[in-house]
Design a binder for this molecule. Structure first.
Ligand SMILES: Nc1nc2c(ncn2[C@@H]2O[C@H](COP(=O)(O)OP(=O)(O)OP(=O)(O)O)[C@@H](O)[C@H]2O)c(=O)[nH]1
Ligand SMILES: [Mg+2]
Length: 436
């Protein structure tokens, strides 16, 4: 089974909670704060492994969670940070946010890594909150929650050259004679239902990866036949070999075939119009093929080379492969001279936009309740340890600094009004001051 699209859930590890503790030592009166920070939660990192070919493994495991950081300890010890969780993916994996469709990572080269979600930061222990005004604060933070999201993985084949054409024109047959691949061959349509890859060796030592793709028919760009599902693999090939049944052995007109397939490619993706293409006139061993080829060339009318071949007798294949390798070299040279794109960066770890952008808070009224929303303020609620009075004071100071308090007052909140942030509800209190 060829699995090339899955939806999975990922969550970074939560940060460990910071500790409230005080030094209690002999001969040291009023020991200072000694609560350590929590450790950071682990990130989820995808790493390309060229040993993998499909997204098959993700059909059985769809949830990935990184470990949380350890809580901070007393005696000024920090909690340990969790290890990152490494998830192996095949080369050609494109990762998108399932909700927004936003590109998170495009993983191409063996060993390439991307941080898919960040783990949460460990909460600060009370040692960190000591100030000259409040030298022994009972404040600590809870750990920051790890980022969670649903993502979509899509596998795009990494073939240099793709074989494109109607069903039964002989694409699989060609791959089977120019490489060690053994795709299924049949005299019926849609024999090939998933792409096959083969490594092609040209006589002069050059080699490239060729993909035999399922046949396309009219309407493929909108999902007719098998086409749509596999057209996106065509997007990644650098050169297209357009295979045509030049004998018209099924009664179709070769030139009509040629136009129709090109139309489907362009309707699917405008860029495919400019993709370098080589025309392979196949089945030249059959009667009438020569005549049809002449007519085809006339209709084509432009200076596009056509390579007459027979995958059965192997005639013409050598010339075709040379031309393909030459064109591929040219395309690769052009790519090498282009400024580097973000999406296919060098091997190494890269942080794509793993976190949602911070939006300032908003306030809306739900009946009599003032609901404050915003990632930063909601995170603050989760990270505040309300068990300590000092913690509460710090929370209220940050609310004030962020302008939440002023905005609430302006919206009509007064002493005793109900405020809701995240899961928490509390009463609005004026004049809460940080330093008592
Ligand atoms: N005479 C002749 N027959 C060929 C040639 N190439 C392929 N065929 C035959 O054409 C039929 C279809 O070949 P396939 O290679 O399965 O065609 P395909 O393009 O992969 O077809 P789908 O996978 O269905 O899209 C088979 O019966 C092959 O034997 C050729 O050069 N000459
Ligand atoms: Mg086939």
């Amino acid at each position: 089974m060829f699995v090339d699209q899955v939806k999975i859930y990922v969550k970074g590890g939560d940060g460990g909670r910071g500790q409230v503790a005080f030094r209690r030592e002999k001969y040291v009166p009023n020991g200072g704060p000694a609560g350590g920070d929590g450790g950071n939660g682990g990130d989820i990192i995808f790493r390309v492994d060229e040993g993998l070919r499909t997204l098959m493994d993700f059909r059985y495991q769809r949830h990935f969670k990184a470990e949380p950081g350890e809580p901070g300890r007393s005696k000024a010890q920090h909690g340990a940070s969790a290890d990152d969780k490494i998830v192996r993916v095949p080369p050609g994996t494109v990762v998108r946010d399932a909700e927004t469709g936003e590109l998170i990572a495009d993983l191409v080269a063996h060993g390439q890594e991307a941080v898919i979600v960040k783990g949460g930061r460990g909460g600060k222990g009370n040692m960190r909150f000591a100030t000259p005004v409040n030298p022994a604060p009972a404040i600590s933070e809870n750990g920051e929650p790890g980022v969670e999201r649903w993502i979509e993985l899509e596998l795009k084949l990494l073939a240099d050259i793709g074989l494109v054409g109607y069903p039964s024109v002989g694409k699989s047959t060609m791959l089977s004679v120019v490489s060690a691949a053994r795709p299924k061959i049949g005299a019926y349509h849609f024999t090939t239902i998933a792409p096959n890859l083969g490594v092609v060796q040209v006589e002069d030592g050059r080699s490239f990866v060729m993909a035999d793709l399922p046949g396309l028919i009219e309407g493929a760009h909108e999902g007719v036949g098998l086409g749509h599902q596999f057209l996106r693999h065509v997007e990644r090939t650098k050169v297209i070999i357009h295979v045509i049944d030049m004998a018209g052995s099924e009664g179709r007109d070769p030139y009509e075939d040629y136009l129709q397939i090109n139309k489907e490619l362009v309707l699917y993706n405008q860029d495919l119009e400019k993709r370098p293409q080589i025309i392979a006139a196949n089945k030249m061993d059959l009667p009438d093929a020569e005549e049809q080829l002449e007519f085809f060339k006339e209709q084509l009318g432009k200076d596009v080379p056509v390579f007459p071949i027979s995958s059965v007798t192997r005639k013409g294949l050598r010339e075709l492969l040379f031309a393909a390798a030459n064109l591929l070299d040219k395309v690769e040279e052009e790519i090498a001279n282009q400024p580097e794109e973000v999406s296919t960066g060098p091997v190494g770890r890269k942080l794509y936009k793993a976190e949602a952008p911070e939006v300032p808070f908003t306030i809306r009224k739900e009946n009599e309740v003032f609901v404050v929303e915003g990632t930063q303020i909601e995170k603050l609620i989760l990270m505040t340890n309300f068990n300590y009075h000092d913690g509460l004071m710090r929370f209220s100071k940050i609310m004030k600094d962020m302008g939440v308090e002023a905005e609430l007052r302006q919206r009509g909140a007064e002493e005793g009004s109900t405020i809701r942030i995240g899961e928490m509800e509390f009463e609005f209190t004026e004049n809460l001051d940080y330093v008592d």
